[in-house]
Design a binder for this molecule. Structure first.
Ligand code: SF4
Length: 326
Protein backbone atom coordinates (compact mmCIF):
# COMPACT_ATOMS: atom_id res chain seq x y z
CA UNK A 1 0.00 0.00 0.00
CA UNK A 2 1.34 3.38 -1.00
CA UNK A 3 0.17 6.95 -0.27
CA UNK A 4 1.28 10.39 -1.39
CA UNK A 5 1.76 13.07 1.27
CA UNK A 6 2.31 16.83 1.01
CA UNK A 7 5.18 18.04 3.18
CA UNK A 8 6.03 21.69 3.79
CA UNK A 9 8.83 21.43 6.32
CA UNK A 10 6.37 22.30 9.10
CA UNK A 11 5.84 19.98 12.01
CA UNK A 12 2.28 18.97 11.17
CA UNK A 13 3.02 17.50 7.76
CA UNK A 14 6.03 15.59 9.09
CA UNK A 15 3.82 14.15 11.86
CA UNK A 16 1.26 13.15 9.22
CA UNK A 17 4.01 11.23 7.39
CA UNK A 18 5.07 9.55 10.65
CA UNK A 19 1.47 8.53 11.40
CA UNK A 20 0.97 6.98 7.98
CA UNK A 21 4.36 5.29 8.05
CA UNK A 22 3.54 3.84 11.48
CA UNK A 23 0.69 1.95 9.80
CA UNK A 24 3.17 0.23 7.48
CA UNK A 25 2.17 2.30 4.43
CA UNK A 26 4.80 3.43 1.91
CA UNK A 27 4.91 7.21 1.52
CA UNK A 28 5.98 9.44 -1.36
CA UNK A 29 6.48 12.84 0.32
CA UNK A 30 5.99 15.75 -2.10
CA UNK A 31 7.67 19.05 -1.25
CA UNK A 32 6.50 21.93 -3.45
CA UNK A 33 8.88 24.80 -4.15
CA UNK A 34 8.08 28.02 -6.02
CA UNK A 35 9.43 31.58 -6.29
CA UNK A 36 7.48 32.29 -3.08
CA UNK A 37 8.36 29.33 -0.91
CA UNK A 38 11.72 27.67 -1.16
CA UNK A 39 13.24 24.31 -0.49
CA UNK A 40 13.70 23.35 3.15
CA UNK A 41 17.12 21.72 2.96
CA UNK A 42 16.69 19.71 6.15
CA UNK A 43 13.44 18.09 5.06
CA UNK A 44 14.93 15.40 2.86
CA UNK A 45 16.81 14.06 5.88
CA UNK A 46 13.68 14.16 8.06
CA UNK A 47 11.73 12.19 5.45
CA UNK A 48 14.53 9.69 5.08
CA UNK A 49 14.55 9.09 8.83
CA UNK A 50 10.79 8.56 8.74
CA UNK A 51 11.25 6.05 5.91
CA UNK A 52 9.46 8.14 3.24
CA UNK A 53 10.58 8.81 -0.32
CA UNK A 54 11.26 12.54 -0.68
CA UNK A 55 10.40 14.29 -3.91
CA UNK A 56 10.68 17.99 -4.71
CA UNK A 57 8.10 19.43 -7.08
CA UNK A 58 9.18 22.78 -8.53
CA UNK A 59 6.49 25.10 -9.83
CA UNK A 60 7.07 28.38 -11.66
CA UNK A 61 5.06 30.15 -14.38
CA UNK A 62 1.93 28.09 -13.85
CA UNK A 63 1.90 29.07 -10.17
CA UNK A 64 1.98 32.78 -11.07
CA UNK A 65 -1.50 32.45 -12.51
CA UNK A 66 -2.79 31.24 -9.14
CA UNK A 67 -1.32 34.31 -7.46
CA UNK A 68 -2.50 36.65 -10.19
CA UNK A 69 -6.05 35.46 -10.24
CA UNK A 70 -7.11 33.26 -7.34
CA UNK A 71 -10.64 31.91 -7.72
CA UNK A 72 -11.14 31.80 -3.98
CA UNK A 73 -9.40 35.05 -3.14
CA UNK A 74 -6.48 35.98 -0.93
CA UNK A 75 -5.86 35.55 2.78
CA UNK A 76 -4.67 38.45 4.93
CA UNK A 77 -1.92 39.34 2.42
CA UNK A 78 -1.48 38.15 -1.17
CA UNK A 79 -1.55 34.49 -0.09
CA UNK A 80 -4.07 32.58 -2.19
CA UNK A 81 -4.07 29.64 0.24
CA UNK A 82 -7.23 27.88 -0.94
CA UNK A 83 -6.26 27.97 -4.62
CA UNK A 84 -2.68 27.08 -3.71
CA UNK A 85 -3.78 23.96 -1.86
CA UNK A 86 -6.11 22.92 -4.65
CA UNK A 87 -3.27 23.40 -7.13
CA UNK A 88 -0.85 21.26 -5.10
CA UNK A 89 -3.43 18.57 -4.47
CA UNK A 90 -4.28 18.30 -8.15
CA UNK A 91 -0.60 17.70 -8.84
CA UNK A 92 -0.47 15.23 -5.96
CA UNK A 93 -3.45 13.38 -7.43
CA UNK A 94 -1.65 13.02 -10.77
CA UNK A 95 1.42 11.67 -9.00
CA UNK A 96 -0.76 9.33 -6.92
CA UNK A 97 -2.13 7.86 -10.14
CA UNK A 98 1.31 7.57 -11.77
CA UNK A 99 2.71 5.89 -8.68
CA UNK A 100 -0.19 3.50 -8.22
CA UNK A 101 -0.70 5.01 -4.76
CA UNK A 102 -4.13 4.73 -3.13
CA UNK A 103 -4.70 8.10 -1.49
CA UNK A 104 -3.26 11.52 -0.64
CA UNK A 105 -2.75 12.98 2.82
CA UNK A 106 -1.76 16.33 4.29
CA UNK A 107 -0.81 17.71 7.71
CA UNK A 108 -3.79 20.07 7.83
CA UNK A 109 -5.41 20.60 11.21
CA UNK A 110 -9.05 21.67 11.48
CA UNK A 111 -9.39 25.29 12.62
CA UNK A 112 -5.67 25.92 12.80
CA UNK A 113 -5.42 28.78 10.35
CA UNK A 114 -8.07 31.26 9.34
CA UNK A 115 -10.13 30.42 6.29
CA UNK A 116 -8.03 27.73 4.62
CA UNK A 117 -8.39 25.20 7.43
CA UNK A 118 -12.02 25.64 8.41
CA UNK A 119 -14.16 22.55 7.96
CA UNK A 120 -16.15 23.87 4.99
CA UNK A 121 -12.97 24.97 3.28
CA UNK A 122 -11.32 21.58 3.80
CA UNK A 123 -14.35 20.04 2.07
CA UNK A 124 -14.19 22.55 -0.76
CA UNK A 125 -10.46 21.93 -1.29
CA UNK A 126 -11.05 18.18 -1.37
CA UNK A 127 -13.82 18.47 -3.95
CA UNK A 128 -12.01 20.97 -6.17
CA UNK A 129 -8.83 18.90 -6.21
CA UNK A 130 -10.71 15.90 -7.57
CA UNK A 131 -9.76 13.85 -4.52
CA UNK A 132 -13.21 13.40 -2.97
CA UNK A 133 -12.99 10.62 -0.40
CA UNK A 134 -9.29 10.08 -1.07
CA UNK A 135 -7.84 12.96 0.90
CA UNK A 136 -6.89 12.06 4.44
CA UNK A 137 -5.91 14.53 7.17
CA UNK A 138 -4.38 12.18 9.74
CA UNK A 139 -4.01 14.83 12.47
CA UNK A 140 -7.71 15.75 12.46
CA UNK A 141 -9.19 12.57 10.92
CA UNK A 142 -11.34 11.69 13.92
CA UNK A 143 -13.11 15.03 13.69
CA UNK A 144 -13.89 14.62 9.99
CA UNK A 145 -16.14 12.16 8.13
CA UNK A 146 -14.32 8.86 7.44
CA UNK A 147 -12.51 8.80 4.11
CA UNK A 148 -12.28 5.86 1.70
CA UNK A 149 -8.87 4.78 3.11
CA UNK A 150 -10.50 4.52 6.55
CA UNK A 151 -13.73 2.89 5.35
CA UNK A 152 -11.80 0.35 3.27
CA UNK A 153 -9.48 -0.45 6.17
CA UNK A 154 -6.34 0.71 4.31
CA UNK A 155 -5.61 2.84 7.38
CA UNK A 156 -6.75 2.28 10.94
CA UNK A 157 -8.93 5.26 11.84
CA UNK A 158 -8.57 4.47 15.54
CA UNK A 159 -4.83 5.20 15.30
CA UNK A 160 -5.34 8.58 13.65
CA UNK A 161 -5.79 11.79 15.63
CA UNK A 162 -8.49 14.31 16.50
CA UNK A 163 -6.49 17.52 16.88
CA UNK A 164 -8.16 20.90 16.24
CA UNK A 165 -7.24 24.54 16.68
CA UNK A 166 -4.10 26.54 17.06
CA UNK A 167 -2.62 24.84 20.13
CA UNK A 168 0.71 23.11 19.50
CA UNK A 169 1.06 21.01 22.66
CA UNK A 170 -0.14 17.75 21.10
CA UNK A 171 2.16 18.26 18.10
CA UNK A 172 5.21 18.88 20.29
CA UNK A 173 4.55 15.62 22.14
CA UNK A 174 4.18 13.77 18.85
CA UNK A 175 7.40 15.33 17.52
CA UNK A 176 9.19 13.86 20.50
CA UNK A 177 7.52 10.48 20.06
CA UNK A 178 8.52 10.28 16.40
CA UNK A 179 11.95 11.89 16.84
CA UNK A 180 11.18 14.85 14.57
CA UNK A 181 13.64 17.56 15.56
CA UNK A 182 13.79 19.84 12.54
CA UNK A 183 10.81 21.83 11.32
CA UNK A 184 9.79 25.36 10.36
CA UNK A 185 7.18 27.60 12.01
CA UNK A 186 3.55 27.00 10.89
CA UNK A 187 3.49 29.71 8.16
CA UNK A 188 6.57 27.97 6.75
CA UNK A 189 8.29 31.04 5.36
CA UNK A 190 5.86 31.59 2.49
CA UNK A 191 6.62 35.08 1.15
CA UNK A 192 3.01 35.51 0.09
CA UNK A 193 2.05 35.82 3.76
CA UNK A 194 4.58 38.63 4.30
CA UNK A 195 2.87 42.07 4.34
CA UNK A 196 5.79 44.01 2.83
CA UNK A 197 6.49 41.44 0.13
CA UNK A 198 2.76 41.37 -0.68
CA UNK A 199 2.63 45.14 -1.14
CA UNK A 200 5.58 45.01 -3.52
CA UNK A 201 3.91 42.15 -5.36
CA UNK A 202 0.68 44.14 -5.60
CA UNK A 203 2.68 46.93 -7.23
CA UNK A 204 3.84 44.46 -9.92
CA UNK A 205 0.29 43.22 -10.44
CA UNK A 206 -1.03 46.78 -10.71
CA UNK A 207 1.60 47.64 -13.29
CA UNK A 208 1.30 44.54 -15.41
CA UNK A 209 4.85 43.53 -14.52
CA UNK A 210 4.18 40.27 -12.71
CA UNK A 211 6.85 37.97 -14.14
CA UNK A 212 9.21 35.44 -12.55
CA UNK A 213 12.19 37.76 -13.16
CA UNK A 214 10.49 40.68 -11.45
CA UNK A 215 9.37 38.52 -8.53
CA UNK A 216 13.03 37.56 -7.91
CA UNK A 217 13.89 41.27 -7.60
CA UNK A 218 11.27 41.70 -4.87
CA UNK A 219 13.35 39.58 -2.53
CA UNK A 220 16.10 42.20 -2.41
CA UNK A 221 16.71 45.83 -1.63
CA UNK A 222 14.60 48.95 -1.34
CA UNK A 223 11.99 49.49 -4.04
CA UNK A 224 10.85 52.74 -5.66
CA UNK A 225 8.12 53.19 -8.27
CA UNK A 226 8.73 56.23 -10.51
CA UNK A 227 6.15 55.75 -13.25
CA UNK A 228 3.81 52.95 -14.31
CA UNK A 229 6.65 51.86 -16.62
CA UNK A 230 9.74 52.25 -14.50
CA UNK A 231 11.01 51.26 -11.06
CA UNK A 232 14.31 51.31 -9.19
CA UNK A 233 15.69 48.75 -6.73
CA UNK A 234 18.56 49.80 -4.45
CA UNK A 235 20.82 47.28 -2.69
CA UNK A 236 21.10 47.60 1.10
CA UNK A 237 24.49 45.93 1.43
CA UNK A 238 27.30 44.34 -0.56
CA UNK A 239 25.50 41.01 -0.83
CA UNK A 240 22.38 42.65 -2.26
CA UNK A 241 24.45 44.77 -4.65
CA UNK A 242 26.03 41.61 -6.03
CA UNK A 243 22.69 39.81 -6.23
CA UNK A 244 21.14 42.75 -8.11
CA UNK A 245 24.00 42.68 -10.58
CA UNK A 246 23.33 38.98 -11.20
CA UNK A 247 19.64 39.68 -11.82
CA UNK A 248 20.28 42.53 -14.28
CA UNK A 249 19.03 41.79 -17.78
CA UNK A 250 18.82 43.44 -21.16
CA UNK A 251 17.18 46.87 -21.00
CA UNK A 252 18.03 47.49 -17.32
CA UNK A 253 20.02 50.47 -16.04
CA UNK A 254 22.66 50.26 -13.36
CA UNK A 255 23.53 53.15 -11.03
CA UNK A 256 26.45 53.35 -8.61
CA UNK A 257 28.55 56.10 -7.06
CA UNK A 258 31.79 56.86 -8.84
CA UNK A 259 34.60 55.27 -6.88
CA UNK A 260 32.40 52.26 -6.22
CA UNK A 261 31.70 52.67 -2.49
CA UNK A 262 27.96 52.72 -1.89
CA UNK A 263 24.72 51.18 -3.10
CA UNK A 264 23.99 49.69 -6.49
CA UNK A 265 20.69 50.61 -8.12
CA UNK A 266 18.94 48.59 -10.78
CA UNK A 267 16.41 50.50 -12.86
CA UNK A 268 13.95 48.42 -14.83
CA UNK A 269 11.52 49.56 -17.49
CA UNK A 270 11.19 52.50 -19.84
CA UNK A 271 12.87 55.54 -18.31
CA UNK A 272 12.95 59.15 -19.49
CA UNK A 273 15.85 61.55 -18.69
CA UNK A 274 14.06 62.72 -15.52
CA UNK A 275 13.71 59.16 -14.24
CA UNK A 276 17.42 58.55 -14.85
CA UNK A 277 18.35 61.78 -13.07
CA UNK A 278 16.03 60.97 -10.14
CA UNK A 279 17.41 57.42 -9.90
CA UNK A 280 20.93 58.86 -9.61
CA UNK A 281 19.65 61.19 -6.85
CA UNK A 282 18.28 58.21 -4.92
CA UNK A 283 21.69 56.52 -5.16
CA UNK A 284 23.29 59.78 -3.96
CA UNK A 285 20.86 59.79 -1.00
CA UNK A 286 22.13 56.39 0.14
CA UNK A 287 25.80 57.21 -0.47
CA UNK A 288 27.63 58.26 2.67
CA UNK A 289 29.12 61.68 2.02
CA UNK A 290 28.38 65.29 2.92
CA UNK A 291 29.13 66.70 -0.50
CA UNK A 292 26.56 68.89 -2.18
CA UNK A 293 26.70 66.72 -5.27
CA UNK A 294 27.59 63.09 -5.84
CA UNK A 295 29.00 61.65 -9.05
CA UNK A 296 26.83 58.69 -10.00
CA UNK A 297 27.66 56.38 -12.89
CA UNK A 298 24.73 55.32 -15.05
CA UNK A 299 25.34 52.28 -17.18
CA UNK A 300 22.92 50.77 -19.61
CA UNK A 301 22.96 47.14 -20.54
CA UNK A 302 25.05 47.66 -23.67
CA UNK A 303 27.84 48.80 -21.30
CA UNK A 304 27.63 52.49 -22.19
CA UNK A 305 28.34 54.60 -19.12
CA UNK A 306 28.04 58.25 -18.24
CA UNK A 307 28.48 60.24 -15.07
CA UNK A 308 25.78 62.43 -13.57
CA UNK A 309 26.63 64.96 -10.87
CA UNK A 310 23.50 65.07 -8.73
CA UNK A 311 22.31 66.31 -5.33
CA UNK A 312 20.79 63.84 -2.90
CA UNK A 313 17.13 63.07 -3.48
CA UNK A 314 14.94 64.92 -0.98
CA UNK A 315 13.60 62.62 1.68
CA UNK A 316 9.92 63.47 1.13
CA UNK A 317 10.29 62.80 -2.61
CA UNK A 318 12.06 59.51 -1.89
CA UNK A 319 9.30 58.45 0.51
CA UNK A 320 6.63 59.28 -2.04
CA UNK A 321 8.29 56.86 -4.46
CA UNK A 322 8.88 54.02 -1.99
CA UNK A 323 7.02 50.70 -2.25
CA UNK A 324 5.41 50.11 0.13
CA UNK A 325 4.82 53.65 1.30
CA UNK A 326 5.25 54.55 4.96
S1 SF4 B 1 0.89 29.88 3.01
FE1 SF4 B 1 1.74 30.01 0.93
S2 SF4 B 1 2.35 27.91 0.46
FE2 SF4 B 1 0.97 27.78 2.20
S3 SF4 B 1 -1.05 27.44 1.29
FE3 SF4 B 1 -0.82 29.65 1.59
S4 SF4 B 1 -0.05 30.41 -0.36
FE4 SF4 B 1 0.28 28.18 -0.34
Amino acid sequence: MKAVGLVSGGLDSSIAVALIRSQGIEVVALHFTSPFFGRKAFLEGVMKRLGAEFREVQVGEEYLEIVRNPRFGYGKNLNPCIDCKIFMLRKAKAIMEEEGAKFVFTGEVVGQRPKSQMRDTLRLIEKESGLSGLLLRPLSAKLLPPTIPELEGWVRREDLLGIAGRGRKAQFELAERFGIEEYTSPAGGCLLTDPIFSKRLKDLLDHDAFTLENVELLKLGRHFRFTPWYKLVVGRNEGENRALLRLAREGDFLFFPQGGKGPLGLGRGTAGPEDIERSAQVIAFYTKNDAEKTAVIVRDFSGTSRVLEVPKCQENVLESLRIPKG
